[in-house]
Design a protein around this ligand. Structure first.
Ligand SMILES: [Zn+2]
Length: 254
């Protein structure tokens, strides 16, 4: 017979033996916005042998649960979530509470590690951030954050050949830092992410491409950030600078 454990580990790909499907209410379908979602219900629990706060090895009691909604890989065209009831533990000695941990999702995150892996696999095949985002039901900036998190050394080492039409942008990454993003403006493909948007760092980065290659660039779409605009003619002597319409529309609001 097909057990709940088989379902969790083989069909949902969840390899944590402490997670079991709620057999009374294993899943439901629900509309979230205009997308149909399948929501699986499961419980995460185990026995805690000592208190992570004070090290006490005595009475650690199970004390209620806390449910988090976790994004699972897409079950196209539907989005899948896991509503995971996480066990909470109370230490009788120091009175601190701890929530059960799992390798399915990092602490205080809602995107599962499986989704993170899937995003990163797709990113290796030159999909655009927007396409990957749509396929996984997350935002393009989340996709970018997942790629950088999984492989920080990827930054500044992806692009070896420049297309004729570029787009420069910047996004906020984890910790509120800005990173520089370069895309192919015609193919909408992500080409490069850099951890800094400072002119000196960008100049150093673009210095790796030969002058002949930089002269081939015909257009560069940018926002109104003066820092970018000022160095473009030096580095890309033949490129026409195009101010992105989206940013222009936003300008009166700034
Ligand atoms: Zn304790």
């Amino acid at each position: 017979m097909f057990s709940s454990k088989d379902f969790i580990s083989n069909l949902l790909g969840i390899k944590d033996p402490n997670i079991t499907l709620d057999e009374n209410n294993p899943f439901e379908t629900q509309m979230i916005g205009d997308v149909e979602a399948v929501i699986y219900h499961a419980v995460l629990t185990y026995t805690l042998k000592h208190c992570p706060n004070c090290g006490f090895k005595g009475q650690i009691v199970k004390n209620r649960t806390k449910t988090s909604r976790i994004l699972l890989p897409n079950n196209n065209p539907r989005v899948s979530y896991l509503d995971l009831k996480k066990q909470r533990f109370l230490c009788r000695k120091c009175q601190s509470t701890t929530t059960a941990k799992t390798n399915v999702v990092k602490r205080s995150r809602w995107i599962s590690e499986q989704v993170k892996l899937s995003v990163n696999l797709e990113a290796m095949h030159n999909s655009s951030l927007k396409d990957i985002a749509e396929r996984h039901g997350i935002s393009a900036s989340s996709v970018q954050r997942l790629i950088i998190e999984a492989n920080p050394s990827i930054m500044g080492n992806q692009c070896h050949h420049l297309p004729e039409h570029l787009l420069f942008d910047e996004t906020k990454t984890t910790g509120g830092m800005y990173s520089f993003v370069m895309m192919d403006s015609r193919q909408h493909q992500l080409l490069e992410m850099l951890p800094s948007r400072l002119t000196k760092d960008l100049k150093r980065y673009f210095g790796r491409f030969s002058l002949a290659e930089r002269q081939r660039i015909k257009t560069i779409v940018v926002d109104l950030n003066a820092a970018y605009v000022s160095f473009i003619p030096q580095i890309f002597p033949n490129a026409e600078i195009i101010i992105d319409r989206f940013h222009l529309v936003q300008m009166p609001n700034r």
